[in-house]
Design a protein around this ligand. Structure first.
Ligand SMILES: [Zn+2]
Length: 94
């Protein structure tokens, strides 16, 4: 029974992915802005925007924020506005 199942599998290379750390299974992140209707992104709120930048002040990529494409654009815009009015750093050197 088990052997037959193995033979039916055309591409056995797929098995390798299970052991490759590059393809380790991750829990799918849901967009924080989509999931919370009351969440209003505010460029005048540095506490809120700090979640979307790293310690160097760089905007985190989508794979880190978990935001959808639409909201990642909103986040980027908000962070850039906040930088312009000097409530977030363009860069930070520790
Ligand atoms: Zn979203």
């Amino acid at each position: 029974m088990a052997d037959k199942k193995q033979n039916n599998r055309r591409n056995n290379r797929n098995n390798d992915e299970d052991y490759n750390p590059k393809f380790r299974k991750m829990r799918k992140k849901v967009c924080a802005l989509c999931s919370d209707k009351n969440f209003v992104l505010d460029y005048k709120n540095p506490e809120q925007l700090r979640k979307f930048i790293n310690e160097k002040g760089k905007i985190l990529p989508r794979r880190a924020t978990g935001a959808c494409a639409k909201h990642q654009r909103d986040i980027t815009l908000a962070v850039k506005r906040a930088r312009h009015i000097a409530i977030l750093p363009y860069s930070a050197n520790d």
